[in-house]
Write a protein that binds this ligand. Structure first.
Ligand code: 4AD
Length: 468
């Protein structure tokens, strides 16, 4: 045979057929020197492979060779698909077995590994049960997982997570292209801060002070001044966060959108609405196996969302919290706890865990946010979007009048000299526009009900981690 079969595709329809597979040896179980069972895994899918010297199917030498393989080595196996009466060890997903005829080792792993993949793949419930039954088991903690990320990534749940993440990016791009947006790439080395505040990595750019971009904010808006009309970007965003939380990274992937509007920033919210319903629909339709793999290790309920996304004003949100006995400063921001609580209240009242909160107090929004037309002192034309009570998006209409922009930046303590080319862009006639920014890792974390953003970042960068 010289065509390859994926482990994922092995099923009863292949009974009695000879197949060739490549995978990693997950476990090795020799039986009385004459037999050996290997569990072979490819991209999170496992199948049991049986080597038998009787009746003369493989040599004794081959069984010995198999029994001496180290876990996680990569092997090629040629064999016959069989459907056993009962699978000896029900640890494999595939309901067929392979009767091995040929076995080659392609790459050998070291004999002892820092992480046992089977242990790393267990759910909390399975771990508790195993411990109660007296099994010797080391719980693999998050730091160990991240230190040996290449091993950790091999678990079925992690295989699922990064395929889901890829699909979110894919649908984001396809949807926006179909709506007439173009993909842009803005510089990540910039002269001034794009979001203001302290969370910025400063560096020396050939003798000039510079920053790592905290977002594509300034350049995506400037592209609108350059008449690119509807733009999006998928790229790295840098934030010098100094506190360790479950949802902040120092580098994450930003999904950014900016567009001309005719009149109202609701036009931007309409895009958010359609875009995210199509992302969620696509995940549910096209990533069933991946979601199942994540759910098996980290149980979660499917996300509840409506065909037309619920929109509430910030004031309505504050009122709902008030009614539930939680006092919120009316022109302050919601803290994490209040956001979570509101998410719960909204879910109970409206049956959705995905919603938009708009008309935020101006005082809690960045300098480039357009003040509300009917109450410019107190409110702004802006919004945040939540999944399960946590923020995944912030967006707004932008100030397109250069004098107001300059005034707002100064008022918020930004050194306008460092962003003068940005402000000047609005002096040559600037379209009304708005946009939003999404954190990719947060979308995946919250869609899958995960408890830490490090689980959905391939190689997370947080205040203490810059390796691997
Ligand atoms: O709310 P943020 O800071 O907004 C902006 O960057 C604006 N320029 C967006 C706009 O177009 N108005 O960031 C946008 C999103 C957040 O909603 C969150 O999902 C994510 O980026 N995010 C982070 N994700 C991981 N780690 C961090 N430290 C993050 N900070 C923000």
């Amino acid at each position: 045979v010289n065509t390859w079969t994926r482990v994922e595709a092995l099923d009863r329809s292949l009974e009695n057929r000879t197949v060739l597979i490549r995978g990693r040896v997950q476990t090795i179980r020799p039986v009385a020197k004459k037999m050996a069972f290997l569990v072979v895994r490819e991209n999170g899918y496992t199948v049991q492979c049986l080597l038998q010297t009787q009746p003369d199917l493989v040599s004794l030498q081959m069984v010995k060779f198999a029994a001496a393989l180290s876990r996680e080595s990569i092997v090629d196996i040629e064999g016959i698909v069989s459907v056993p009466d009962t699978l000896i060890k029900a640890a494999t997903q595939q309901q067929v077995e392979i009767q091995v005829r040929k076995l080659y080792c392609v790459s050998r792993a070291v004999p002892t590994l820092p992480i046992n993949i089977e242990d790393a793949a267990r759910s909390e419930v399975e771990i508790e049960k195993a411990l109660q039954e007296g099994e010797k088991l080391v719980r693999v903690n998050q730091d160990t997982r991240l230190n040996f990320r290449v091993l950790d990534l091999r678990t079925p749940a992690n295989q699922g997570i990064f395929r889901i993440q890829s699909q979110v990016g894919n649908v984001f791009r396809q949807f926006l292209l179909s709506e007439g947006f173009i993909e842009i790439h803005t510089p990540k080395l910039i002269a001034g801060t794009s979001e203001g505040g302290a969370a910025v990595f400063r560096l020396n750019y050939k003798g000039q002070p510079a920053c790592l971009a905290q977002s594509p904010q300034l350049h995506k808006q400037m592209s609108i001044c350059g008449d690119l009309s509807r733009v999006f970007e998928i790229g790295p965003v840098f934030r010098a966060e100094d506190s360790n939380t479950h949802r902040h990274l120092c580098e994450f992937t930003g999904l950014d959108v900016e567009m001309e509007i005719k009149k109202h920033y609701f036009e931007v919210m309409d895009i958010v609405d359609k875009l995210f319903v199509s992302i969620f629909d696509s995940l549910n339709q096209n990533c069933k196996k991946e979601l199942e793999a994540v759910r098996k290790q980290h149980p979660f309920e499917p996300l509840k969302y409506l065909r037309q996304t619920l929109r509430l004003t910030y004031e309505e949100g504050v009122q709902m919290l008030k009614d539930a006995g939680i006092e919120i400063e009316p022109f302050g921001d919601l803290n994490t706890e209040a956001e979570r609580k509101l998410g719960q209240l909204v879910s109970e009242k409206y049956g959705t865990e995905f919603y938009i909160l708009y008309r935020y107090p101006l005082a809690v929004r960045p300098f480039y946010t357009m003040p509300c037309y009917d109450n410019p002192k107190e409110y702004s034309n802006s919004f945040d979007v939540f999944i399960r009570g946590e923020e995944i998006i912030s967006g707004a209409q932008r100030v397109h009048k250069p004098d107001l922009l300059e005034q707002r930046a100064e008022a918020l303590g930004i050194d306008v000299k460092t962003i003068s080319t940005y402000i000047d862009s609005f002096r040559y006639g600037a379209p009304l526009h708005g946009g939003f920014g999404v954190g990719l890792e947060r979308v995946v974390m919250l869609f899958c009900g995960l408890n830490n953003i490090r689980k959905t970042s391939l190689y997370p960068r947080d205040p203490v981690r810059i390796v691997p």
